[in-house]
Design a protein around this ligand. Sequence first.
Ligand code: ATP
Length: 373
Amino acid sequence: MKLGAVAERLGVSAERLERMVGRIVRSSDWPLPPLLRFDKAVSGIEAGTVVFDEDEIVSGYPKIRRAMMLSPAIKRHFPDGVLVEEKMNGHNVRVVMVGGRVIALTRGGFICPYSTEVAKDQINPRIFEDHPDIVLCGEMVGPKNPYVPKDVYDAEAMDFYLFDVSRKGKRDMEGSATARLLAEEYGIRSVRLFGEFGAEEATEEIKEMVKELGRRGREGVVIKDPANLKSPIKYTSSQSNCRDLEFAFRYYNDYGQDFFFSRVVREGFQAAEWAEGDEEFLDRCLRLGRSMLSPMRETVEAKIAGEDIVQEVEILVKDLQTAKDFEEHFRRMGVRATFDPPRPSPGGHLVKIKRLVMSTNDKTSSVIEGQLW
Ligand code: ATP
């Protein structure tokens, strides 16, 4: 790879890029093709940006900021109206074709062998032949998603849903309308579009949508500019928020404290904005309290009973090599996990994975043995 040419395309000096390699820019030659990955954002380059060579740069997917209160956020950011899409809860991938092969990059810029297998299987390859520079941005969702397993979607294992497109060498997203046209043309699944709304009606409409999505175990919405001139904003349901807490409190010492705090704060703003009556408010209190306390109690009880606390996930692979590669991928990402031998299953091979949550195990053991906090 010619670092000078890459630096020029990225708008930094060659010396600066050279200094970054090995620090915030990591190089990887597994799985192929070889690449450079930006671990952090720097000089206007998004985190997760991946460089294959000077003509094959895939920009990181930009951060989506969160509305804490719908009405003021919409008035301030989208006074001319909004387009509302479902926010699907899985992991972000950018699917591209490089050197003739289709690959799926995670948000952090790793090639994920499992997501790649799913992308190859589900995305019509003609789109890459017709548009060699296209970057398909989408969410991988389903019960066999090893990063974010969710069984609320109509997916057997893990499905790809397109929400935006970009081009190699470009930072901008082309927007929902372009993505939807391409999805239709090439028969690619895309996220649900709820419609376009004027700024006045949007708050009430979104509130009802998010309540309904919450009841169905779904995450929430992404609010976008119909003309794609402004950055999108996300807004999520209380149930999704509480389910995150329920999951995280089971492994309470392995999550950063901000994960918990930010979610409690969201509940406060939503309860205030929705001016809930006593009954609804009590439901929220119970949901929130229970989502934190019951998993924690179960974790402590399990440890007292002598059990290890593990996070169990599953993948369903078509090719046994994908399972081997995924194991190596987890190892390289620094995830400690044990993989059961693959079992034949309809649609491929099922592999159970147990992620070790060391910190929660150690902390809980020490406390039940009488150590002080
Ligand atoms: P960030 O806030 O930095 O974007 P995060 O990890 O906190 O990242 P989320 O809270 O999951 O992310 O929200 C942003 C993510 O939502 C996007 O990166 C994308 O993967 C996902 N997403 C799901 N559905 C959509 C959609 N319809 N439009 C855009 N993004 C979507």
